[in-house]
Design a protein around this ligand. Structure first.
Ligand SMILES: *[C@@H]1O[C@H](CO)[C@@H](O)[C@H](O)[C@H]1NC(C)=O
Ligand SMILES: *[C@@H]1O[C@H](CO)[C@@H](O)[C@H](O)[C@H]1NC(C)=O
Length: 225
């Protein structure tokens, strides 16, 4: 092989492997608490905000106290508090985030996935049917009891249901500060995809599509979950 060619091949492979295995970028300093002086902390694109001078950081910058109680419950009996750098600036640039999820008895966390993170879900209390589906449509699922944890590999669809007799609480941890969330029912029926396509894809009648649409289209009164 021509020497130049092998150099390019190595560069290509290095780039390719770093894309394949990349998570969030590595931090280049101990931490980066966004400096409120340079912008409001309302978006999750925080890496573009300048950091506070580290001499001004305090212990409280690294403590989050906003998930002692459940969040607001949805129609499916799920309450989540997604703790990203908007809620907890201390985790900015550290490549991780987390969620508290509470499920009423019988409540579900509908099938969804996170495009940018693997998740570890730890059952703090309750009995939770938990699982994911791989890219060959094989399902890996069973009931987790209190103290058990399950991993949902990055980008794979997963779900939970409280099958116990009391409320359940799950703590989820992500290896990205911005894992992203796509709920399958809303992505399909609530996003505005052409009706004819959905009818053909799912073998549903226009009336059935319409009722799915009404169920999953975003409710104007409700904010971002
Ligand atoms: C950060 O704070 C320290 C201590 O107050 C100060 O000496 C330093 O100049 C500051 N750095 C910047 C970039 O403002
Ligand atoms: C729950 O709803 C209240 C009232 O709308 C809101 O102020 C609060 O931020 C919500 N909590 C969460 C965790 O989203």
């Amino acid at each position: 092989m021509h020497p130049n060619l092998s150099v390019w091949l190595v560069i290509f492979l290095l780039q390719y492997s770093s894309i394949t295995f990349a998570s969030d970028p590595d931090p280049i300093q101990d931490f980066c608490i966004p400096n409120p002086k340079f912008g409001s902390i309302k978006t999750i694109h925080l890496t573009i905000l300048p950091c506070k001078n580290s001499s001004e950081a305090t212990t409280d910058d690294f403590i989050f106290s906003g998930m002692k109680i459940p969040g607001n419950f949805s129609d499916t009996g799920l309450a989540t508090i997604s703790v990203n750098p908007v809620l907890f600036p201390g985790i900015n640039t550290l490549g991780m985030s987390f969620v508290r999820a509470d499920l009423k008895v019988g409540g579900i966390n509908p099938p969804h996935f996170h495009p940018r993170a693997t998740e570890i879900a730890y059952v703090v209390q309750g009995s939770v049917y938990s699982g994911f589906v791989d890219s060959t449509n094989r399902v890996f699922a069973r009931i987790l009891e209190q103290g058990e944890a399950m991993v949902y590999p990055r980008g794979l669809m997963h779900f939970q249901m409280n099958v116990g007799k009391k409320p359940a609480t799950v703590f989820g941890s992500f290896n990205s500060q911005n894992p992203g969330l796509q709920r399958i029912p809303a992505a399909i029926f609530g996003s505005g995809i052409n009706d004819e396509l959905l009818e053909k894809a799912f073998g549903l009648s226009p009336k059935q599509i319409d009722s799915m649409r009404r169920r999953f289209e975003p409710k104007k009164s409700r904010g971002r979950e």
